[in-house]
Design a protein around this ligand. Structure first.
Ligand SMILES: *Cc1c(COP(=O)(O)O)cnc(C)c1O
Length: 384
């Protein structure tokens, strides 16, 4: 199974390294990120790529992307401080979180950030006061589009087009520079046509703002690019080809500057989470289900299995006949079950102490890991 996700050289490297270490931990193959970054560059040669730091803020990952010339989308002043510490200049940053304290806007501005995303009047007023003259992306609400993503972003971000118009006018009046529209089609969005609908909506809004003498220069198409999990996705090149076609169709030869903010799509496939089986049990003698408890669970890396949303490929080197298992984590919390309704198949020969390798776990694992729930330490990351 690992062969579907990693080359034999990559896999041998992962295994050789893993042998020496106590589980659980995340191994990140930096070359895979390098490769993906190149795929984004080639697929979208006209775009500026802002890596969404929250997907995996490991310093080795950030340093690699810094050296490859990436820009960065930050969600907080803490991420801001991390990237600045690594020598990234503030012109390469966008503060993409629409929810932020006035004093954090102040701090970001003081440290040189001049690009922000917003979706509310209160935030625009904060920006005008604490980050005067800055460029602003206005985020459009995409709830109808994001709902079919595997990790939807719901109604939390963005506002309705009418409100975007009001905010753009307000921002202009307050001396900010309305720079573009932004959207996010939902994370792990496998349905390519989601971008079509979003681009159409953005184009419509850009046109209607033109009539009010507001010229937005850019469109920020966010993240959402899928990683290969148990369900595979089309390669990035297919997404790029289709999305470029949508851009041509909707904008013709006056395509705005394009910004992308990939997180998962850039780093997801680069990671393998290595865990060990702590316990295998049944709830009664005739019970057909085996409960397999691993030393990694919802709280120390596998948060996105909540609601069984993201289904990671789980690999063991045991072979032979397989059977249904319920996979759960190590904490004393009844929510700490990864997969119960969707039945994973694992070999019947599986034993306590065997390792389970969770593939494609480079995004939203270590960064989601709790600090010390039940005393378990946060997930460690090793970059190779
Ligand atoms: C989280 C986030 C992203 C990254 O999303 P992915 O689905 O991981 O690509 C991009 N932009 C913004 C504003 C985000 O909050």
């Amino acid at each position: 199974m690992h062969r579907d996700y990693y080359s034999s050289v990559e896999w041998e490297k992962i295994i050789a390294f893993s042998k020496t270490k106590e589980t659980p931990f995340l191994v990140v193959i930096l070359d895979k990120i390098r490769q993906k970054f190149w795929e984004f560059r080639t697929g979208f040669p006209q775009a500026k790529i802002y890596y969404a730091v929250k997907a995996n803020p490991d310093f080795a990952v950030l340093s690699l992307l810094r050296d490859l010339g990436s820009y960065f989308d930050i969600a907080s002043i803490y991420e801001l401080n991390d990237v600045l510490e690594l020598g990234v200049s503030p012109e390469r940053l966008s503060f993409g979180n629409t929810i932020k304290k006035a004093r954090h806007v102040h701090e970001a501005y003081k440290k040189g950030v001049r690009l922000f995303a917003s979706d509310s009047e209160a935030d625009i007023r904060n920006l005008a006061k604490e980050a005067p003259g800055s460029r602003v992306f206005f985020r459009i609400l995409m709830d109808a589009i994001t709902s079919d993503a595997d990790w939807p972003l719901s109604r939390k971000f963005g506002c309705q087009p009418r409100m975007v118009t009001d905010l753009v006018l307000l921002a202009t009046e307050l001396g900010l520079e309305p720079y573009g529209l932004s959207f996010h089609v939902g994370s792990q969005q496998r349905e390519i046509s989601a971008w079509d609908a979003a681009i159409a909506q953005a184009k419509y809004l850009i046109e209607s703002l033109e009539k009010k003498q507001i010229h937005l220069k850019a469109m920020n198409m966010g993240g959402g690019f899928p990683a290969d999990y148990l369900v595979k996705s089309n390669p990035l090149s297919v997404y790029a080809e289709e999305i470029n076609r949508y851009l041509d169709f909707h904008f013709g030869n006056v395509i705005p500057e394009i910004y992308l903010e990939p997180g998962r799509g850039l780093v997801g496939e680069a990671g393998v989470l290595v865990s060990e089986i702590v316990l295998i049990s049944k709830k009664s003698k005739p019970d057909l289900n085996r409960w397999v408890y691993t030393d990694v669970g919802i709280f120390n890396g596998l948060m996105e299995t909540l609601g069984e949303s993201i289904k990671y490929p789980a690999y063991t080197d045991k072979t032979g006949e397989t059977g249904d298992v319920i996979l759960a984590g190590p904490t004393c919390d009844s929510m700490d079950i990864m997969y119960e309704h969707f039945k994973y198949q694992l070999p019947l020969s599986l034993q306590i102490g065997d390792r389970i390798y969770w593939l494609s776990t480079g995004a939203y694992t270590a960064s989601y890991s709790a600090i010390e729930f039940n005393g378990f330490p946060p997930l460690k990351t090793y970059c190779l």
